[in-house]
Design a protein around this ligand. Structure first.
Ligand SMILES: NC(=O)c1ccc[n+]([C@@H]2O[C@H](COP(=O)([O-])OP(=O)(O)OC[C@H]3O[C@@H](n4cnc5c(N)ncnc54)[C@H](OP(=O)(O)O)[C@@H]3O)[C@@H](O)[C@H]2O)c1
Length: 340
């Protein structure tokens, strides 16, 4: 147990939820700043100086108070977020000042939490990777691909949102399985990265190319696994190109996260009948008991150079809300993080 309060500022800056973006695009004005005095810790609590925040499209869903996936924030709450920080004060025997911890730290400079809610992590070169490929992002790719997509060597695996945090890992895991991979992403730079750095066999630039005709050309025997992060017209185009017994993995649907009304279902859904295919969603939380094993495998792939990753690190407390907006414009390139 230790107390280093003498080096701390008197106040903690926080970003609170100030608007409900349901049915519209997220805006910076959906958040407002607050300053509060640092208060003494209770027994069993720690104070963490927030160093890195992780950004995920589902954070918009949290603000909309949807039940189930990504539920849970009210107007006036501190915006919830995973992050990594350094313990600056501890009233718990297990956690020491100077430890790096991972937890739901929120959009603020200092987080106070029960020690049980914090995971001590090694302060090594993989520190921030624990918010990306070694954290929820990599685990989403892993369980979505292997449990729902069930790829076989030689399968053609197509990934939407392929240059994003989850999608960039999915394609590399499918490659490890001996699959052919095609990524769909926005813009020439992201598509070049998919092929040149991540080993995708081909890429489709959905902003400048016709997705359906490109997929037909690049997947002449059809798509065996479609890992979808996007939904909307990209899902519809992929459904037109699935092979017999294809598996469509519904991981996310960012194309609809900012729409005013829910779009109609994909017109090509009946191809699931003709192709005797399956289309299944999943939530990462269902696999919690298996996280440790999956993380070990992902770590080995990273160590062996079979999985590489990109971090997009923005900077500064003031820029936190604008950084979340980057996910919805496609400005992020790789896992979106912010360093305070
Ligand atoms: N099921 C689960 O348990 C689970 C867990 C975690 C995440 N997810 C989901 O996984 C998906 C990917 O998350 P992530 O953290 O890896 O985010 P991300 O892919 O790093 O960032 C979002 C990307 O989506 C693309 N995008 C944004 N608006 C789009 C639109 N209208 N149409 C097509 N593409 C659009 C952009 O890439 P481009 O530049 O290529 O357009 C952007 O970079 C999200 O849908 C998320 O909700 C699901």
């Amino acid at each position: 147990m230790a107390d280093a309060t003498s080096n701390l500022p008197a106040v903690n800056r926080q970003w609170l939820i100030n608007g409900n973006p349901r049915g519209r695009a997220l805006e910076v004005s959906d958040f407002k700043q607050q300053e509060v005095a640092l208060t003494p810790l209770a027994d069993g609590e720690i104070r963490v100086r927030v160093e890195y925040l992780s950004f995920d499209p589902s954070q918009k869903g949290q603000m909309e108070n949807v039940s189930g996936y990504a539920s849970g924030n009210e107007l006036g709450d501190i915006m919830n977020a995973s992050g990594i920080g350094e313990v600056v004060e501890s009233r718990h025997a297990r956690i020491n000042v100077g430890d790096k911890v991972l937890g739901r730290l929120g959009w603020q400079e200092f987080a106070v939490m029960p020690a049980a809610a914090a995971q001590v992590v090694p302060n090594d070169t993989f520190l921030t990777a624990r918010l990306g490929p070694l954290g929820g992002t990599g685990l989403t790719a892993y369980f979505g691909l292997f449990r729902i997509g069930r790829p076989e060597p030689g399968d053609t695996v197509v990934v939407s949102g392929a240059a994003g945090a989850v999608g960039s890992i999915v394609g590399q895991m499918a490659k490890i399985m001996g699959c052919r991979t095609v990524g769909i992403a926005g813009g020439a730079e992201k598509c070049a990265w998919l092929v040149e750095e991540l080993g995708y066999d081909a890429a489709v630039d959905y902003k400048n190319e016709r997705v359906k005709s490109q997929l037909r050309e690049l997947c002449p025997d059809g798509i065996d696994v479609f890992f979808d992060n996007v939904g909307g017209s990209i899902l519809n185009d992929a459904l037109a190109c699935i092979a017999n017994h294809a598996r469509v993995v519904v991981c996310g649907g960012i194309a609809r996260y900012e729409q005013a009304s829910l779009p109609p279902g994909p017109a090509n859904y009946f191809n699931i009948v003709f192709r005797q295919a399956t289309m299944q969603g999943f939530l990462l939380t269902a696999y919690e008991k298996e996280f440790a094993h999956a993380q070990q495998r992902i770590m080995r792939w990273i160590d062996g150079g079979q999985v590489v990753f990109k971090e997009d690190v923005q900077h500064g407390f003031e820029n936190i809300p604008a950084t979340l907006l980057r996910l919805f414009s496609g400005a992020n390139f790789g896992k979106q993080l912010l360093k305070l």
